[in-house]
Design a protein around this ligand. Sequence first.
Ligand code: AP5
Ligand code: ZN
Length: 214
Amino acid sequence: VNLVFLGPPGAGKGTQSSYIINEYKVVQISTGDILRSAVKEGTELGKMAKKYMDEGKLVPDDVIIGIVRERLKQDDCKNGFILDGFPRTIPQAVSLDAMLKDDLNISLTHIISLEVDDNLIMERLTGRRTCKGCGKVYHIKYNPPKKEGVCDDCGGELYQRDDDKEETIAKRLKVYHEQTSALKDYYKNSGKLYVVDGVGEVGDIYRKIKEILG
Ligand code: AP5
Ligand code: ZN
């Protein structure tokens, strides 16, 4: 499985990826996670990226493309990968095609567009909590931890992402509609694009994805 996950912020890309990596033994490449760890470590990349992320804007294409190019060269990608949050613009998608074809000699097997209406996104993202220890994602209403504020798996503290404030969420949604939703058209003729309704129980959505991945 060499999968690209498309879909708006809060569609459940990260949530579904965590199930897929366990069952299919592929790696998850989340550009958002890579950027957030750079911010946490205070690297030059992190300092630069933070300005964009806090405003709900996209980090420049050349920076993101460089990150993904290096990541895809690593050995653990050979058994398959999920690209979660990349590509997000047409230039990113064009570069990805070139990387896969010219550098790695592989191709995407599936592009899944996970779709959720804007009016549900706000509640999903304002209620999201993430574990500081292991990165597991919760929701205060839809997927709460057994003990408030504490991760079920590792006992880590749960935190709220800086960009999950209402005004930043609204900007991220705008950017999605302006720049990222066009990728569905880009992949339309590939024969590998699948649209999945992201509204419903997490387990039911995962079953639909499994039918697609086989
Ligand atoms: P990124 O980290 O990629 O964020 P995003 O795309 O906005 O996606 P999210 O992580 O918010 O959503 P998700 O779909 O993974 O949802 P989740 O599973 O957590 O990007 C952040 C920033 O980094 C960008 O704004 C940009 O600045 C930069 N960046 C990253 N990649 C870039 C790129 N390629 N180019 C340029 N810049 C880039 O679920 C959300 C919540 O809903 C959770 O609480 C979850 O528990 C809950 N939930 C999940 N499924 C369900 C369900 N079925 N029912 C009810 N609740 C559910
Ligand atoms: Zn944890």
